[in-house]
Write a protein that binds this ligand. Structure first.
Ligand SMILES: *Cc1c(COP(=O)(O)O)cnc(C)c1O
Length: 367
């Protein structure tokens, strides 16, 4: 909705006048939870936290407690926030044992994390076979956004659903990006696959710090104080973040998703035609209003193929666009997000700069 939508400013000002920290849950949290549950019926109960990191970390703890198992399967190139167990090096290969991906994480914190390749069900099958009845959960970005945008191949999410059901593991959708962005009910609505637990963030707080995790009642009832799995936060469900989130979700009606799809399609087409005109190999991956232009020629379906992109050329393109007044994410491995603030004028402006930005790359590589 852009950087300062009027509805969110108004909601924040009204909340400021009423106070912003009470050290107790508020009625507005309950309203936000019911809006979420209405859009994502798989979320029967929701706990608000302060970030996507906290949401994913807490969902994993809950899955381990609920199943009484330790192993966690994640996908190479997926990002689920910076909790230790989830910051495991995105090493390729079948079900590699976790290696900490950054200094400061002990082998013990990472050893129960198993890495599989995105869009590769046989990796997950092998991991399940190697650790029978030990996998607590599979955590997945239903549309990968943190290796650049990589959509799920047909049957991938449904296959994960089936395998986790068969092995009595939980399926966790990390919808911190996709929730309320790719559809009214997120990726779970778009692809028709129902997870056990869902992680939310980003859109949920309308630009203020928030996160949330929720799912089936019998699982969520394990969270304290109803159940024994401890998780708490002084500022969780903060009234300002909740007010911004409510105003945002209230504004996101069907017409907005049609508008986001159309602006996404237009920008993807502009990128493809400008790159083709300049003779630059480019692969544009897009789901609705999230997209990535990879400097690579072939299909990008997982982290290994994403990493074959020419990142030096991406960096040069980023600088070239920035110098022309267009700000895109500064990494090949991030998603660009379009909003309702990207109107006809914005697209026309982009159009006027794009071809030049690609031809300038060719000029700089030939000199
Ligand atoms: C951003 C992100 C997170 C982490 O959220 P923070 O609010 O930055 O802690 C987790 N998962 C996904 C898929 C994300 O994109």
């Amino acid at each position: 909705m852009g950087h300062r939508p009027a509805a969110v400013i108004e909601a924040l000002q009204a909340q400021l006048a009423r106070g912003w920290t009470f050290g107790a849950p508020t009625e507005a949290e309950v309203r936000l939870a019911s809006l979420v549950s209405d859009r994502m019926p798989a979320i029967e109960m929701l706990r608000l936290v302060n970030s996507g990191t906290e949401a994913a970390m807490s969902a994993v703890r809950l899955a381990r407690a609920f199943t009484g198992r330790r192993k966690l399967i994640k996908f190479a190139g997926a990002y689920h926030g910076h909790a230790d167990a989830l910051l495991v090096e995105a090493g390729s290969g079948v079900a590699t044992l976790g290696i900490p991906g950054t200094p400061g994480i002990t082998p013990a914190a990472a050893q129960d994390t198993v890495v599989a390749r995105y869009n590769n069900l046989s990796d997950v099958e092998s991991a399940m076979a190697r650790w029978p009845r030990q996998v607590a959960a599979v955590i997945v970005e239903p549309v990968a956004g943190n290796m650049g945008v990589v959509p799920p191949l047909a049957g991938f999410l449904a296959g994960l659903r089936e395998m986790t059901r068969d092995s009595e593991s939980l399926l966790i959708f990390d919808e911190v990006i996709t929730g309320f962005r790719v559809a009214r009910g997120g990726a779970q609505e778009l692809y028709g696959v129902t997870p056990d637990l869902t992680c939310l963030g980003k859109v949920l707080g309308g630009g203020l710090p928030i996160g949330g995790y929720g799912g089936r009642r019998e699982i969520m009832e394990q969270v304290a104080p109803a159940g024994p799995v401890y998780q708490a936060g002084t500022l969780s469900g903060n009234p300002l973040a909740v007010a911004a989130g409510l105003a945002t979700l209230d504004a996101l009606d069907d017409s907005i998703y049609r508008q986001l799809e159309s602006v996404g399609a237009r920008v993807a087409a502009e990128l493809a035609s400008a790159a083709a005109a300049a003779g630059v190999p480019l692969t544009v991956n897009r789901v609705g209003s999230m997209l990535t232009a990879f400097f690579a020629a072939g299909a990008i379906t997982e982290y290994a193929t994403a990493k074959q992109s020419d990142t030096a050329q991406f960096a040069a393109w980023f600088r070239s666009l920035l110098a022309r007044g267009v700000s895109i994410p500064p990494s090949q491995f991030e998603a660009a997000f379009l909003s309702t603030a990207h109107d006809d004028d914005a697209i026309t402006f982009l159009h006027s700069k794009l071809e030049e930005s690609f031809t300038s790359l060719l000029a700089s590589t030939t000199t």
